[in-house]
Design a protein around this ligand. Structure first.
Ligand SMILES: [Zn+2]
Length: 457
């Protein structure tokens, strides 16, 4: 992480309330694109600055140097809506159904059409979407939906209203956090919305991650990091008032959903989001966590243990690269077969099938960078493969600092045990190298750790 200079007047303004000079919070320096998994360990890779500021006036945490969307979204990104379990999507459709009965719905960033399909099944018609990712958009069109292959533009809105009339609802799920010009996006959505129509907005809730000092939520595709008070304030600025809020402990550290219609916020609802003080406390927690985690991983490996990353999604890549953990990790594993055989962005860790855990014979620490709804299942999977493996979650809402503190305590006993058996390491490494599967799949890992262990023996 980079040191942040004291803020001077920079001419930059908050993208939500236009207050001058949002305060710098965290600067991770040049980072790779977290979703851009590499085909080979030597594949060229672009890096872009990753830093976040907080606006002391409205509380919006924001990335003020976002990557040009034309660069960010030009490639297949190994992430589709249908890959993520979305148990809450059904409830969102029910809320719309209860509120509207039926009618036309437009979805901004409909991805592979998962939500359009649910709306269609609930009797909404027509359901129309816009999606810039060509692969995801094509998947949605293949399901029979009208989907514009574009970002949301005036031309798209005009055409959609021309063809279908104004919509009873505009849905924008997991998109608003990507959009730099928030007010323009609202203008466009408002232009498509019926006078008594509703907005359904779903965004990650950073209010969950901040108290944990969790930086895995700060990935470069998100340029706005909302809390409920900040989103409420934005709605108020656009002439909307929330009808229903929901919070779900799902991906990205927790998401919130709000259904809003045109109306005026009550005065007491117009409170500010996280204060500057809370923002700075968060940044401080992230620094402390990074230091403690690096120390623990280094000690684990000095003791002859192996470290594996489970899950290579955006949160995993962000935390590994932002906290510079790649040097302490032997390899990564991921359940998604499309990612296996490839390499993590930045750290270039090889990505294997989770069964790779059975080949490792040294004490094993598995770093969990999976979303909370998957954590129990993944832990069971790890236990079935390596009963003695330690696990450590890197993503809130799990208590990541508490888990780290307890692991650090237990590490002392592991170190003592490792000292007692240290003489056996070279034999273990030689045995593993003779394993036929390991020669095919772990050249990097074996070369690296055999040398290290023999040296330390
Ligand atoms: Zn602001």
């Amino acid at each position: 992480m980079h040191d942040i200079p004291h803020p001077l007047f920079s001419g930059i303004v908050c993208r939500m309330c236009a207050e001058q000079d949002p305060h710098p919070l965290l600067d991770f320096g040049p980072q790779p694109i977290a979703h851009r998994i590499l085909e080979s360990p030597a594949a060229p890779e672009e890096r872009f600055p990753l830093s976040v500021h907080i606006c002391p006036a409205c509380g919006l945490v924001q990335n003020l140097q976002p990557i040009d969307p034309a660069i960010l979204y030009r490639q297949y990104n190994y992430c589709f809506s249908s890959w993520k379990p979305q148990p809450h999507a059904a409830e969102e459709v029910v809320l719309l159904k209860e509120h509207l009965g039926g009618g036309a719905i437009f979805e901004v960033g409909c991805n592979d059409g998962m939500f359009l399909e649910k709306l269609h099944q609930a009797g909404f018609a027509p359901v129309v979407g816009v999606e810039p990712n060509p692969v995801a958009g094509e998947t949605a069109r293949a399901k029979g939906f009208t989907v514009y292959s574009s970002i949301l533009t005036e031309a798209v809105c005009r055409d959609a209203v021309h063809r279908h009339g104004r919509f009873k609802a505009v849905v924008i799920r997991e998109v608003l956090e990507h959009i730099e010009d928030l007010h323009h996006a609202f203008l466009l959505m408002e232009s498509m919305l019926d006078e008594d129509g509703v907005l359904l907005i779903e965004v990650p809730d950073i209010g969950m991650a901040m108290p944990h000092g969790d930086c895995s939520v700060l990935w470069e595709e998100h340029v706005n990091f909302f809390t409920r008070p900040v989103l409420r304030r934005l709605l108020g600025m656009r002439g909307f008032a929330p009808i229903i809020w929901r919070h779900y402990d799902l991906f990205s550290g927790g998401v919130m959903m709000v259904l809003a219609d045109r109306g005026v916020l009550a005065e007491e609802e117009n409170s500010a989001g996280p204060t500057l003080e809370q923002g700075l406390a968060y940044a401080n927690q992230v620094h402390q966590y990074a230091e403690r985690l690096s120390w623990t991983l280094r000690r684990w490996r000095e003791a002859g243990g192996s470290v594996v990353m489970y899950g290579v999604g955006a949160r995993a890549c962000t935390v590994v690269n932002a906290l510079e953990l790649g040097r302490y990790i032997d390899l990564s594993v991921d359940d998604q077969i499309e990612r296996q055989g490839k390499f993590m962005p930045g750290s270039r860790l090889p990505i294997h099938d989770p069964r790779a855990l059975t080949i490792l014979t040294s004490p094993l620490l598995v770093l969990l960078a999976v979303n909370s709804e998957n954590e129990t299942r993944v832990k069971e999977r790890i236990a079935a493969l390596r009963k003695d493996a330690e696990t450590l979650s890197l993503c809130s809402p799990t208590d990541i600092r508490g888990e780290l503190a307890s692991l650090t305590t237990r590490l002392e006993s592991v170190l003592q045990e490792a000292d007692a058996t240290r003489g056996e390491w070279s034999a273990v490494a030689a045995r593993a190298a003779r394993h036929p599967l390991s020669r095919l799949r772990f050249p990097h890992f074996l070369a690296d750790t055999s040398a290290k262990r023999i040296k330390s023996a």
